[in-house]
Ligand binder design. Sequence first.
Ligand SMILES: C[S@@+](CC[C@H](N)C(=O)[O-])C[C@H]1O[C@@H](n2cnc3c(N)ncnc32)[C@H](O)[C@@H]1O
Length: 181
Amino acid sequence: MSGLVCPWWLAFVSDNPLRRLFHKPEEILAPYVKTGMTVADLGCGMGYFSLDLARLVGGKGTVLSVDLQEQMLTVLRRRAVRARLADRIIPVLADATDLHLDREIDFALAFWMVHETPSAYGFFEQIERRMSEAARVLVAEPWVHVKRQRFLEILEDAGRAGLRVLAEPSVFFSRTALLVR
Ligand SMILES: C[S@@+](CC[C@H](N)C(=O)[O-])C[C@H]1O[C@@H](n2cnc3c(N)ncnc32)[C@H](O)[C@@H]1O
């Protein structure tokens, strides 16, 4: 499956303070992210979740903020500096088929982005290779764009890559899966 990639200028519509009313990053992420972890925000966009991930991992942790659009990373960099979190956020420019993950990760977030990748299987395979023993992957897909059948196909691809569904946390407007090895 290959979906359309969200254009960078449209991200300003979904990445704004109003979104905090229904997607509360700390509430969504705190159960999985602890101090000192190395985490990845895959398809981070302008960093809606990256900044809160950076607060949760603390000064000794690292956030790899990965996106395929340089414009997204430019805004993310600016926000990270403004929030004084740039020391623990590493922006990573991905290719459509290569996330350029260069280290072991303890947690990965893929929020409203898997449907935009050219191959969900290829995507999960790259993550699986970099997961630490107890690592978890939280996938959330927008229920309007990604119908139930499509989401099940995405989970099948995750399964073929060696990941299984541990839980389906409740996230507003989303179909979700918490994946483990
Ligand atoms: C709908 S936006 C979601 C952004 C962010 N996760 C959020 O929830 O605010 C999807 C993002 O995924 C990125 N993306 C799409 N395909 C990608 C890929 N193959 N590798 C890395 N990033 C990708 C897009 O550039 C876009 O920034």
